[in-house]
Write a protein that binds this ligand. Structure first.
Ligand code: CP
Length: 310
């Protein structure tokens, strides 16, 4: 297969196992490129990409921007806080105005679940979802799977424990879809109030005891508690959460086996993960970030290749 089955990357739910394989094969190539002294290729030099961030971001925003620059695309960066969105302009009007300036592709982070799907239906451009509320974060899940594969050789048959604020996490949902599709076993772990009732319908196990979950897994993916998305108090205190669901060195050492520890960032040190674990040899957190650039280069390249050029 040499092209993606989709014209946009809206979520992992919309793509196939073959798409993931193609993205990973292309990522292998771009990972070589970004480790060369000259890290740039001319692949997208006739393409203009707008990065629309309606919500805060460090990793995803910088990673997309670097990926675009490494591919020689022209880029523009849009931040909602300093735009005419503040004056009441709709999302569709804003994007159509940007597109009329001959922009070819849109990368968008938005706080509303489904915003990227909505946009793809109403504007004429390639759309990449850089995280839409509590819905999906497809590029994060792809870089996570790629990083597991790089570290453990394959995804199939691996046991992945996703720990923490599952109910508010777009990273958890995209990873569940991606890991299931590639044959991993997935278990979610956290306080009952942070695990949605429907989760078993997605083909995952549920474990409320972190120690048991860690004894089962090959990979522990720790998630941030998203206090900004919690309208009500779902657990007594961060201190209690850290005691029951935080990953610390003693817990890791007690396992008597090697697991890899992941985190999508941003990290709350001392809450979901202690510093001695985050900075240990078990953690591949910065490898995830490094792989994110090559994964995003691959996605931009593959989607741009589907643009009909005059
Ligand atoms: N992992 C992630 O999406 O991080 P940012 O919010 O910093 O982009």
């Amino acid at each position: 297969m040499s092209e993606l089955s989709v014209n946009h990357l809206l979520g992992i739910k919309q793509i196939t196992k073959e798409d993931i394989q193609l993205i990973f094969d292309t990522t292998d190539h771009f990972k070589d490129v970004i480790n060369r002294p000259i890290k740039k290729v001319p692949s997208l030099r006739d393409i203009t990409i707008a990065n629309l961030f309606f919500e805060n971001s460090t990793r995803t925003r910088i990673s997309f921007e670097l990926a675009e620059k490494r591919l020689s695309a022209d880029t523009i960066n849009f931040s909602a806080s300093s735009s005419s969105v503040k004056k009441g302009e709709t999302l569709i009007d804003t994007v159509n105005n940007i597109l009329s300036m001959k922009v070819d592709m849109i990368v968008m982070r938005h706080p509303e679940p489904g915003a990227a799907i909505f946009l793809a239906k109403h504007v004429n451009s390639r759309i990449i979802n850089a995280g839409d509320g509590t819905h999906e974060h497809p590029t994060q899940a792809l870089l996570d799977s790629y990083s597991i594969r790089e570290k453990l050789g394959s995804i199939k048959g691996k046991k992945v424990l996703i720990v923490g604020d599952i109910i508010h996490s777009r990273v958890a949902l995209s990873n569940i879809y991606a890991l299931n599709m590639q044959g991993a076993e997935v278990c979610v772990c956290g306080p009952p109030t942070l695990i949605p009732k429907y989760i078993k319908e997605l083909g995952v196990r549920v474990e409320y005891d972190l120690k048991k979950g860690l004894a089962w897994c090959d990979v522990a993916m720790m998630l941030r508690i998203q206090l900004e998305r919690q309208n009500e108090k779902l657990f007594p205190s961060l201190r209690e959460y850290a005691m029951l669901y935080g990953l610390n060195k003693n817990l890791l050492d007690s396992l008597k086996k090697e697991i890899i520890v992941m985190h999508p960032g941003p990290i709350n040190r001392g809450v979901e993960i202690t510093s001695d674990v985050a900075d240990s040899k078990h953690a591949i957190i910065l490898d995830q970030v490094e792989n994110g650039v090559a994964i995003r280069m691959a996605i931009l390249y593959l989607l741009a290749s589907k643009i009909e050029r005059a």
